[in-house]
Design a protein around this ligand. Sequence first.
Ligand SMILES: [Zn+2]
Length: 317
Amino acid sequence: MENWSFKIARLWGIDIRVHITFLALLAWIWYSSRFQWLSVLITCVVFLTVILHEYGHALTARRFGIPTRDITVWMCGGVATLQGSAKTPKQEILMALAGPAVNLVLAGITFAASLLLGLLFVNHLPGGQVSGSIYVFYLMAFCKWFIISNLILMSFNLIPAFPMDGGRVLRGCLNLKYDVLKATSIAVKTGRVCAVIMALAGIYYDSMLIFIAFFVWMSGAREQKMIEEIERMRRIERGEATPADLLQAQFGNVGALLANMLQLDGNGAGHDAGEKPFPFPKGDMSDDGFIEAEFVAKPSVKEDDGEIRIVSVKDAE
Ligand SMILES: [Zn+2]
């Protein structure tokens, strides 16, 4: 057991793992349902569909040279852990669309199969009545349910909000016109509108929607932060920014930076920084030899063997 999940199979070179929360869900369904076997079977079929959806993402990513470590099913669905990210907006759009496309194809194949079943095994009698084996009707009912659940899965995943695929499709499309930061920012804002609508719908229909809305809102914020971080690193790689700019962007001023480095509180109290006093953005520590009042400065930074050092501190003004 690793990260509370274990491997159950390996398909197309990717491990399929089951998280312990999925087993908890099955156990809960078993104990709370009247038709135990049927409910557990239906849940497993849904999760099998989810795994195939994730394979859509993973195998498309592979075509763009991005490997997938594993696909894990947990209580709320599936996650394909990609070891890299799309290099172009077009790649991101295709990778995101591949999952819902799997659901559409599954629904299409099942629709064709049920038509064939009806054609071959159901007799149409005059007066609109039908006759045939009860098992054929069971099978056709299953097909109908499978088609609807695939269409629901597809539509839900296409909601334009992170962490759903629709959020990625929207960001990818915006990224064709705008830079990735602006594209993400617009996509996150759109996602927040969706989250608010979901939460309002949750008040009237199903309180589960409020929970999902909260999750969507938080995911948007996380996506925004992650993209900002990646973009800063890429700017340094391209030589458009220095590590000093990165520190400046992250900490704003040298006082906050030093406080962070030395793990001090904002006033510099309780530190063991040694002999030298450090400037801090606020506080009155003149009797200790600390620099008083507001102090905004720009750190001059040197990169040495991958380590970032502050070589001098000068006033920004
Ligand atoms: Zn997906």
